[in-house]
Design a protein around this ligand. Structure first.
Ligand code: ZN
Length: 491
């Protein structure tokens, strides 16, 4: 009896040692792939995507589709399989406008005439109509008419034949169920249509960013202007811009007509493609475990940018060439790793984000893997300028988060913040919120502690404002974190 016990213990001891040794070599193999992830390669990816040939990757444009094909080529090169019935592409409707000219913007006050400069004073509207309008100005605050909510920014002003000055946002900021009544009014598309319905012929928008998340309406010409210009227009009318905005935020309706001598002339040239299609790029690695492979982890980030205006390209390097480059870095590592993920991994380079989250909405309605089998989605947006990470949702999904936390603590050593997922009753602002709302546990990753200025939706968003080291670490964090989740049998 004793001998038997002894033999059994010896056997147990040997197998424990064997398992331990196996684990050690597995860990070494993972480490070796981890160390193969290089900032040089990741920088090459983002340089490619930011190159002039892709013209700022405007979703729906032929150049966006070329960038998508380039990414699919990388997937193919690394043995990542097409995820949509043999195709790397998942197509959807994506109307867009080309902006072949910078147009012109002139502000005049009586005899004083000011020709405004691109991009310091103005940016053309991404979906402006073509043509020239010149008219007096009317401030319409948020530009909302909501009778059921007892609210109308247009009630005291006549905008027929006028150019409006419009603000982003809604007169409600509390994140509760009431917010949902206001959400449809937060959309630019609604605000544009409401302006046209009231007879406005043009608009200046005091928010100096390129923004394709709008709509091209016949005869409605618009441009974005700097807050500085807005202040000047207000002070020429004897008004205080900051004070007026405060009134607006307090729910008062400060709409008014500017002085009779104050005029703006906007010339715009665009070409509208209402029937265009765009796509997500989808590739996957089949899990190595016969049971766990039915479950999937999604790594995603938007591939599209803000396009081109006249001859000026918006390289969209940080937003979001960086996130896509990090994903490609991690994808290559996961695909070539000697240790295979047990769960399947799906990569989705999302289209149409800048136009209104088209690609993520399309995926949520047409998922390639059942939502119920999707264990985690991790979305990267602007992950390339900084010294630390913000990974949202870690306090809600603790058993998933610990894999990323351990990877960071043991191997990457960056400051990493997280938070709890809070239900958002307002307008969804990121692809991450679309996946979260679809019922998928979702992390959003971005970089914190900017090293360079952030040129948001601006032609200066070039690769020279990226920090390649943090991009390497983002790809490493993805590789180890996703590997951890994919192989965790206790989940
Ligand atoms: Zn973005």
């Amino acid at each position: 009896m004793k001998t038997v016990t002894f033999a059994v213990s010896l056997l147990l001891l040997t197998s424990v040692t064997l398992v331990k040794a196996q684990e050690t070599t597995d860990q070494e193999k993972i480490r070796s792939t981890f160390h193969s992830i290089s900032s040089n390669e990741i920088l090459e990816y983002v340089e490619e995507l930011s190159a002039p040939q892709y013209k700022g990757r405007l979703s729906g444009s032929p150049e966006y589709l070329e960038a998508a094909a380039w990414c699919a080529g990388k997937f193919r090169e690394w043995g990542i399989q097409p995820a949509n019935q043999g195709s790397y592409f998942q197509y959807f409707q994506n109307a867009y406008s080309e902006v072949p000219s910078l147009g012109e913007l002139v502000y005049s006050n009586g005899n004083k005439r000011q020709i405004l400069q691109f991009p310091e004073d103005y940016l053309p509207g991404s979906n402006s109509a073509s043509g020239t309008v010149e008219a007096n100005l009317v401030y319409v605050g948020y530009g909302i008419t909501a009778p059921e909510l007892g609210y109308d920014d247009y009630k005291n002003v006549d905008v027929k034949g006028k150019i409006i000055v419009l603000e982003p946002g809604i007169p409600y900021t509390k994140n509760d169920t009431t917010m949902m009544k206001w959400t449809p009014y937060a959309e630019h598309r609604y605000k544009f249509r409401n302006a046209v319905k009231h007879g406005a012929i043009g608009m200046v928008y005091p928010n100096l960013i390129a923004n394709p998340n709008t709509v091209n309406l016949d005869g409605f010409v618009y441009a974005h202007v700097s807050p500085g210009l807005a202040e000047q227009i207000f002070s020429d009318a004897g008004k205080d811009y900051a004070e007026t905005k405060k009134q607006l935020q307090n729910g008062e309706i400060p709409s008014f007509a500017f002085g009779p001598g104050q005029k703006i002339k906007i010339s715009a040239e665009t070409r509208y493609f209402p029937d265009a299609q765009s796509c997500n790029v989808v590739g996957w690695i089949e899990g190595s475990d016969p049971v766990l492979k039915e479950e999937v982890i999604i790594i995603g980030g938007h591939l599209d940018g803000q396009g081109k205006m006249g001859d000026v390209v918006f390289p969209s390097a940080l937003d979001n060439g960086s996130g896509v480059a990090d994903i490609l870095g991690a994808a290559k590592a996961l695909a070539t790793s000697e240790i295979k993920p047990k769960r399947s991994v799906l990569f989705i380079l999302i289209g149409g984000e800048e136009c209104g989250l088209y690609g993520s909405k399309f995926y949520a309605e047409n998922p390639l893997f059942p939502i119920s089998k999707t264990r985690l989605m991790i979305n990267l947006d602007m992950v390339g300028n900084g010294t630390g990470f913000y990974l949202t949702g870690g306090k809600t999904y603790t058993s998933l988060f610990r894999h990323f936390e351990t990877a960071n603590n043991e191997w990457i050593h960056r400051k990493m913040q997280t938070n709890e997922v809070r239900k958002n009753y307002g307008r969804p602002r990121s692809d991450a919120s679309i996946f979260e709302n679809a019922g998928i546990p979702t992390f959003g990753l971005w970089t914190s502690g900017s090293v360079h200025p952030v040129y948001y939706h601006h032609p200066m968003d070039k690769t020279n404002v990226l920090t390649p080291e943090i991009m390497e670490d983002a790809a490493k964090l993805l590789y180890l974190g996703v590997m951890g989740v994919a192989n965790d049998e206790t989940l």
